[in-house]
Design a protein around this ligand. Sequence first.
Ligand code: SF4
Length: 583
Amino acid sequence: MTDPVAAVRKVFGPGRRLERELAGCELRPQQQAMAEAVAAAFTNKGRLAVEAGTGVGKSLAYLVPAAAWADRERGRVAISTYTRILQDQLVSRDTKLLTRLLPGVPRIEVAYGQENYLCRLRLHTRVTHGLFDSREQARAADALLEWSAATETGILLDAPVNLPPKLGRRVGRDSAACPRQRCPYFGECCWYKARRSWDAAAILVVNHALFFAGSGENGILPEFAAVVFDEAHRLEDAAVRHFGVQLNQGWLIGILDGLSPVSGRGLLQSLRGTGPVETLASETVACRAELAAFFDRLVTETPGPAPSRRGPTRSRRRPAEDRGPWNARRRLNGPVTPTPAVGLERLGTALSETSADLADEELAAELGGAGRWLREAAAGLRRFEEPGEENSVRWLETGPAGTTLNLTPLSVAEPLAGEVYPRLGTVVLTSATLAVADSFSFTAGRLGLQGFRFLRLDSPFDHRANSLLYVPGRMPLPSEPDYVAEAARLVGDIVAASRGRALVLFTSYEMMRRVHGLCDTGGHTALLQGEMPLPRLIEEFRTDVHSVLFATQSFWQGVDVPGQSLSCLIICRLPFEVPDDPR
Ligand code: SF4
């Protein structure tokens, strides 16, 4: 293949391959300018940040030079996105077009975090020992078992089963519970098969969280020579999570429930009659009580907004039925002592020791995994006990998933500039929103973008001439009782006018379900997020042109639905972060 600059010249511009390949495609000078800048960055091992407005066609503008460079230089490129939706779009759609534009495109693979891959050992352990909290879990596990015989990839989100969340966490791959070569399913393991395909890829599509956690020395990802961060406006969020500590009460309780649930059957019940199981069970109960008391004490003793019984803040403007992303946050002034670290550490060690003596390898792996997580949680809690950490803020967040203890770095510019970028030859950041008040200086400061070239490209769309903005003049506040009925009526009127073809976005699942339940879409198919796996939902929305999709969370960004299917976007409430978010 030719070099990146020549490849860009062949693809973009009047009469070139892109125009010939896509009949009726409008040339976008901004896309060509971006592709040329990215090609120059690859050629010169440079650093580039590009703000490219909606419709520029960013993906192709970086994929063409990245593919040409990877093929010619035999270097591996990471394309990192924030959302899984964009990851999937890149692999399923954009790379197909790329292959038509550049014959001989090198191998492109997608990588998700380990918990997204089915662990056959964990699934069999659950089914064999009946380790379920409910009948719903048992039914879903049976369906998974059937699917597991046929799946090539083992990617859980692609399974034709609506997985109860707790079960998903317990059958996904868990490094702490994986005996690797000693596992009886090692030869057919979905995770290790995926890892082999990543090693063979020239371009690997990852997400920011996985990129930070998995790259570098001892990381699970292969080595990269270059990276393109798409959706770079969320890079700081992902970096803050990676360099900070988060300990969620629900996650910890979930581990203890897996051992000995309040109802249903846990690991320890399966081991009855073996060694010190009774002691472990009573220590698990004690740990759960200690954790609950610890988090309760933190919430009641730390000044801040009062959490409601349903989790987040009591606020007239934030009704119980629409908590959405707004949780109660409190700053912790100084170290937190005492914590339940000692109890968790003791139980974790006892579990690991017991697992080493177990003859049943399946149960031993699960028990050892739980032990390791508890010891890691104890180590995390100790970070909150220590003084220092001047460059971080300790804080609590109370929401529907329980309370989360956070240790958040005030800035990630230093580790990004000092540890992450220097590992790579070429670094490209792109997003539709990187500049603030026409300047990159804020973003450059937050993300440590020293030595970067900056480029701004406007949207090629004439929004003023081609779009219509409607803001209803009289709507009840979301806190008022008639808001849901009025929102449903209004959405019904709008989709009647747009003949379906609409995406309706919410900031909470509950509000989404209630409006969907009341809304008359006039015979147009009403699709609801959560009713089917995400990739299928998007495909249905694309192919059923007049359908209406009610969605939240993952649909706020990264979704690209070309053509008529997405002609109307209805935003029921803007998803602003609250000013007390320390991130
Ligand atoms: S090798 Fe590890 S991840 Fe794979 S099936 Fe076995 S335990 Fe699960």
